[in-house]
Write a protein that binds this ligand. Structure first.
Ligand SMILES: CC(C)(COP(=O)(O)OP(=O)(O)OC[C@H]1O[C@@H](n2cnc3c(N)ncnc32)[C@H](O)[C@@H]1OP(=O)(O)O)[C@@H](O)C(=O)NCCC(=O)NCCS
Length: 214
């Protein structure tokens, strides 16, 4: 029987996550997930209309979810690593269990570990011997090369490329179309700007941009 699932976040990535769920269900012999709805503390009117257009209910706030009797699986569809971590910690403490979602049009190679709460979108390519921590987001068309480790709460935005033998620490955001060259480390909480090319290690909590990124 399909398992109940709530998606946290009515914004763009929340609804892209809904696409991943729908694709997973469509590819399976029977639906894997029963989407109870989307949880968002303050959805915009536009995002509520967008949910309504796809017949997915907004089912209240995180506090409502935690106060209710139901304990569905959850996934946080919010791109900010900091916000995602805060919400996941609240939901875990409330006894909810994080779901892991891999779009059927993503490809995972050999010896790939994907942590709970992670969302891997269509077109993402993860090669061999790669570890993804908890609540990692790989957006559409991201590549992650061999022997690379991504910590928890990492967001890799669309079409970014993480090369082989890299270490991307907890809470890093890699911007759209950015490149991290091989054997480099991006420290915890750092941000790599869109279209940047990282050519040397990035310190913790730094924001780097440009080519080469600095
Ligand atoms: C790098 C980044 C984090 C900087 O954010 P910020 O500190 O708020 O930067 P600002 O918008 O204040 O811009 C500061 C300066 O950096 C420049 N800049 C901003 N982002 C840049 C980027 N990615 N590459 C090169 N220069 C950039 C701005 O033009 C501005 O230059 P100026 O001072 O000469 O006018 C952000 O711009 C970025 O690239 N985020 C990733 C976004 C992303 O992936 N979006 C896709 C979501 S799916």
């Amino acid at each position: 029987m399909a398992e109940d699932l709530v998606i946290i976040g009515a914004g763009g990535f929340g609804r892209e996550t809904l696409d991943v769920v729908e694709a997973v269900n469509a590819a399976a012999p029977q639906p894997v997930w029963n989407v109870v709805g989307v949880v968002d503390d303050a959805p915009s009117a536009t995002n509520l209309q967008r949910l309504e257009a796809r017949r997915t209910p907004h089912v209240g706030t995180v506090a409502d979810l935690l106060a209710g009797g139901r304990r569905p699986s959850y996934v946080v569809g919010i791109g900010s690593p900091v916000v995602r971590r805060t919400l996941a910690e609240r939901l875990d403490a409330g006894g909810l269990v994080a779901a892991t979602l891999v779009h059927p049009a993503a490809s995972l190679g050999s010896r790939v570990d994907v942590g709970p709460g992670s969302v891997i979108c269509a077109g993402a390519r993860v090669t061999t011997n790669v570890t993804l921590g908890r609540h990692v987001h790989l957006n559409p068309n991201v590549t992650v090369g061999h022997d690379t480790t991504l910590g928890s709460f990492v967001s890799v935005n669309p079409a970014a490329s993480i090369s082989g033998d890299c270490t991307i620490e907890d809470g890093v955001l890699v911007g759209v179309g950015a490149v991290v060259l091989n054997q480099l480390t991006v420290g915890p909480g750092a941000v790599v700007g869109g279209a940047a090319c990282v050519v040397k290690d990035v310190p913790a909590h730094a924001v780097v941009k440009g080519v080469p990124a600095r």
